[in-house]
Design a protein around this ligand. Structure first.
Ligand code: SF4
Ligand code: SF4
Length: 291
């Protein structure tokens, strides 16, 4: 177990922490607006919580975002890993546990975990890839890719009786394989899947460098699970049309390229609140349905 002793020169994980700390310090300037400052604090807090097993141990809870449970300090289980285990091992009792977790959080907050909690979302906000306005139509079609991926994962696990997606998962590669390799480079066991996984990690970075929140938009199967709840969640983005002056600053800042303010219930919305911060007339607002 590696615990931070603030001795970076001797720490094998410094290659993760130092760029992350520098990136976060640079990215903080981009978090403009009241909600964005809070979001930055929330993302930092969840990055810590996601890796807090060195305090609490592994809890048996499930992340409601994408994070690998084989990370050295993983506090909870990966939702995709739980699906795979259920289908590969025929441990069906895992499914209601998983669905209950995801549904409980998503029915309250919609897809807000993507915008406020997910460390992979945080990484994408730090990298801040280029937007893709010119290819809006293609982008819209490519967004559908995450749904077949979500459907293919249990099928592949059922047929192969293995964690077929985990073997090549770029998020697992980034948050588990590379840290384990850094901690114990001589004891690490390379499998057949190491290089395909590393190619996917490289592909992940290329994607997020070129497309803002490219992973969330196109490929994230956890985002696909939660997207369905945005229309019915308790937390909504309320649009006051009578206040709107149609300046479309909300649409301009949206990292998911949603046609705001009109698609305020879109399944693609990660509830980041950038549109709310950008609106000069307070025509958009986070509201719980009982308010
Ligand atoms: S930023 Fe506000 S005022 Fe401008 S179009 Fe969007 S909702 Fe309307
Ligand atoms: S619609 Fe608003 S809250 Fe949703 S992703 Fe876009 S900027 Fe963020």
């Amino acid at each position: 177990m590696v615990v931070c002793n603030l001795n970076c020169p001797s720490c094998p994980l410094a290659y993760i922490c130092i760029p992350l700390a520098i990136g976060a310090a640079i990215a903080f300037k981009r978090y403009k607006g009241k909600l964005q400052k809070r979001r930055f604090a929330s993302q930092l807090g969840f990055l810590f919580i996601s890796n807090a097993a060195f305090i609490f141990g592994a809890t048996g809870l499930i992340y409601t975002y994408f994070y690998c449970w084989e990370s050295p300090f993983a506090l909870m289980a990966c939702p995709i890993g739980v699906i795979e285990h259920a289908f590969a091992d025929r441990t069906w009792y895992l499914l209601p546990y998983l669905i209950g977790f995801i549904a409980f959080v998503s029915i309250i907050f919609g897809r807000a975990a993507c915008g406020w909690a997910c460390p992979i979302g945080f990484l994408q906000d730090i990298v801040k890839g280029r937007k893709v306005e010119k290819r809006k139509e293609i982008d819209k079609k490519l967004r559908m890719m995450k749904y077949p991926i979500l459907i293919a994962i249990p099928i592949a696990s059922y047929i192969t009786r293995a964690l077929a997606y985990t073997d090549i998962c770029p998020i697992g590669g980034l948050t588990a394989t590379l840290p384990h390799l850094a901690i114990d480079p001589y004891g690490y066991t390379f499998t057949f899947f190491f290089y395909p996984k590393m190619i996917n990690v490289a592909g992940f970075f290329i994607l997020i460098a070129f497309i803002t929140r490219g992973w969330c938009r196109h490929l994230c199967p956890v985002g696909a699970m939660m997207a369905q709840f945005n229309k019915v969640s308790v937390l909504q983005i309320k649009f006051y049309e009578e206040e709107c002056i149609k300046c479309y600053r909300c649409a301009a800042v949206c990292p998911m390229q949603i046609n705001m303010p009109y698609e305020n219930q879109s399944g693609e919305c990660i509830r980041c609140g950038k549109c709310i911060d950008a609106c000069p007339k307070n025509a958009l607002e986070f509201k719980f349905t009982w308010q």
